[in-house]
Write a protein that binds this ligand. Structure first.
Ligand code: F6P
Length: 318
């Protein structure tokens, strides 16, 4: 049996560990594993080749993806999806592991309608995919965000300043919330809840009154822009702020041990699922277990924000 593996959408630290797991578990089970380069774009171009055990050596600790990735416009069209399915059939590849986020999984469903057996592995720093506690890359991006907050705290304290830190996360606030809680931010602004600048200013004043010399406001890019938040706070507080936009810095770097661990587990589980004909599903992590959810359920659901965690953060940021 021949299977293919591709990474698609935004890269995420730990994708390499997942590729390694797919290749090596596949070979252990007697399969031939093809690496498909540049996501669905590479699939359309027939850009794939078999991967041996050694081809994934020395990558478990590397960020990014050795297979490269893309957000393919051509694959969005039905003709593109027809061609992609034909390419796989032409190469005798009968199963596919898609490592990526929600957009990549929608593509996987389209391939499924064309008879391609596929399994998804969630990988995005945004951690916004339902039916899994974690997606690959989130933990690394969280740690990068917290490290940035730690550094900003030093300079914020020295200058007695307020800093706004804007995190990635697209339309979701999971990453920002985690960075804010773990970084001890005074306020956390996320798209799932109304942005209330008056409340942010109230908390800043309360902090100043008790002698606090610095403050950190974490803003999810999907809530509003860090620049706009800073301007609004400057207006109500009459002080100068500084803004740091973490941007793509949050998407790079060596994956944490946790990301490598879940990537290894989910990559291997995806191959097992293919072999057992458990297809059209996404592998996930629930507690300490790997779980499988039909992909059609995954793409129509939304991962809710943890309001208990948000409210707790409010209490702790005094
Ligand atoms: O989905 C991952 C992510 O990094 C988001 O957090 C961010 O909004 C987006 O991708 C950025 O995408 P691009 O790399 O295409 O600018």
């Amino acid at each position: 049996m021949k299977i293919g593996v591709l990474t698609s959408g935004g890269d995420a630290p730990g994708m390499n560990a997942a590729i390694r797991a797919v290749v090596r578990r596949g070979i252990s089970l007697g399969l031939t594993v093809y690496g498909i380069r540049r996501g669905y774009d590479g699939l359309l171009d027939g850009d794939f080749r078999p991967m041996g055990v050694e081809s994934v050596g020395d990558i478990i600790h590397r960020g990014g993806t050795i297979l490269h990735t893309a957000r393919s416009e051509r694959f969005r069209l039905p003709e593109g999806q027809d061609l992609a399915a034909a390419r796989l059939r032409g190469a005798g590849i009968s199963g596919l592991v898609v490592i990526g986020g929600e957009g990549s999984f929608k593509g996987m469903i389209e391939l499924g309608k064309r008879g391609i057996r596929a399994v998804g592995v969630p990988a995005t720093i945004d951690n916004d995919i339902p039916f899994t506690d974690y997606s690959i890359g989130f933990d690394t991006a969280l740690n990068t965000g917290v490290e940035a907050v730690n550094r900003l705290r030093d300079t914020a304290t020295s200058h007695e300043r307020v800093f706004v830190v804007e995190t990635m996360g697209r339309e979701s606030g999971h990453l920002a919330l985690a960075v804010g809680v773990a970084g001890g931010a005074e306020s956390i602004l996320i798209p799932e809840l109304p942005v209330n600048i008056e409340d942010v200013c109230y908390k800043l004043r309360r902090g100043l009154d008790r002698g606090k010399v610095h403050s950190i406001i974490v803003v999810a890019e999907g809530a509003t822009s860090g620049m706009d938040v800073a301007k609004a706070i400057e207006k109500c507080m009459g002080m100068e702020l500084r803004v740091t936009i973490l941007g793509h810095v949050q998407r790079g770097g060596t994956p944490t041990a946790f990301d490598r661990l879940i990537a290894s587990r989910m990559g291997a589980a995806a191959v097992d699922a293919l072999v057992q004909d458990n297809v059209g599903v996404m592998v996930g992590i629930s507690g300490t277990k790997t779980v499988f959810t039909p992909m059609t359920e995954v793409v129509k659901s939304k991962k809710e924000i943890d309001l208990e965690l948000y409210n707790m953060a409010e209490d702790l940021a005094r």
